[in-house]
Design a binder for this molecule. Structure first.
Ligand code: IMP
Length: 179
């Protein structure tokens, strides 16, 4: 397998900028939920690096759980608007303050479908925190309460986001070569 450097057009967000912004988001969330308890829901696999760094900056009592969803009927680089739950949560959301943690909101279909599902479980509140926002690609309106970076319409990888399942472990966000 070739090294990621052959697949990388440019580093979009270097590690230090990512970590600085994540610390800010953690502080903002901690202030907003002061005196409360919080449940963070991470959507696998892309959100996992972000979640684990974000929780280190949250000072209120926090639990977290994971779910996995997949889009179907579309290519790997395009969301179809139909979402299947591959792995569900183990915890109950009833009467809890919940934040859904995502790596990236692109067309918005994934988050919109997951929010609709989670609302039926009667959380006390439900917000969305996404590290990246490709806002110019949005097809459905989604409430994005906490956002790390607005990024251009380019395919990115690293820091949880994959290129054919590899390179999620890179500590920065890079733009993939299009060739
Ligand atoms: P949406 O339903 O179009 O908002 O797509 C969201 C999902 O598409 C994300 O959770 C990612 O898994 C994937 N995705 C969208 N854009 C990118 C990208 O640039 N790199 C890697 N994955 C992406």
């Amino acid at each position: 397998m070739q090294d990621y450097k052959g697949l990388l057009a440019e580093v979009l967000i270097p590690e230090d900028a990512l970590q600085r912004r994540i610390a800010e988001l953690g502080a903002e969330i901690s202030a907003d939920y002061a005196g409360e308890e919080l449940l963070l829901i991470c959507i696998l696999k892309g959100g996992v690096m972000f979640l684990t760094d974000l929780v280190r900056h949250i000072t209120v009592p926090v639990e977290f759980d994971f779910m996995a969803v997949s889009s179907y009927g579309a290519g790997a680089r395009q969301s179809s608007g139909q979402v299947r739950i591959e792995m569900d949560l183990r915890v109950s959301l009833t009467d809890k303050h919940v934040i859904l943690v995502e790596d990236i909101v692109d067309t918005g279909h994934t988050i919109a479908a997951v929010l609709e599902l989670l609302e039926t479980r009667r959380p006390k509140s439900l917000k969305v925190c996404s590290l990246l926002d490709k806002s110019e690609r949005r097809e459905v309106v989604v409430p994005l309460h906490y956002r790390g970076f607005d990024i251009p319409n380019k395919f990115v990888f690293g820091y949880g986001l994959d290129l054919d399942e590899y390179w999620r472990n890179l500590p920065f966000i890079g733009v993939a070569k299009t060739d």
